[in-house]
Design a protein around this ligand. Structure first.
Ligand SMILES: [Cu+2]
Length: 154
């Protein structure tokens, strides 16, 4: 029994540390990376994360790719008249020097299109992010229900 308890402490302790500390990549730090769950045969979903830049030069998120989607883009939400629309950021998403950008529901997001599989809560998928200066990094992103993001919204 004691060993089982220790095992759970290790597993949950480890995942908490991974979430809280984020992933350090050169001058960047990536936190709270998650993908929105989908119903079966749904074609698209969103990916969300926080990117911190601890350096004194700006960087730009210029690309995203994932093998579970035929096409992946970086999107912004914009008001067009009184309609909220999303569109790809052709020049990428600037992460200011000594600043941070939060991709979250209703705002900037990663857009995964032509999904090859359903996004099921707690599944972990690898997603490659490409930055203009820092290069590419592949990170694990866990699938969560939509309500997950609300905890982190302002
Ligand atoms: Cu979108």
């Amino acid at each position: 029994m004691k060993q089982i308890l220790l095992f759970f402490c290790f597993v949950f302790g480890f995942s908490n540390i991974a979430l809280a500390d984020g992933i350090k990549f050169k001058q960047l730090e990536i936190e709270y990376a998650w993908i929105k769950e989908t119903p079966p045969n749904h074609p698209v979903t969103g990916g969300y994360l926080k990117i911190e830049n601890d350096g004194n030069t700006a960087d730009v998120l210029i690309g995203v790719s994932a093998n579970f989607a035929m096409k992946s883009e970086i999107h912004e939400m914009k008001m067009e008249g009184d309609v909220m629309k999303m569109r790809p950021l052709e020049n990428g998403l600037v992460i200011p020097a000594d600043g941070e950008v939060y991709l979250k529901p209703g705002g900037y997001h990663l857009m995964f299109m032509k999904l090859k599989q359903q996004m099921i809560p707690m599944d972990v998928h690898q997603v490659t992010l490409t930055f203009k200066n820092s290069g590419s990094i592949t990170i694990p992103m866990t699938v969560h229900k939509m309500s997950h993001g609300m905890k982190h919204s302002h």
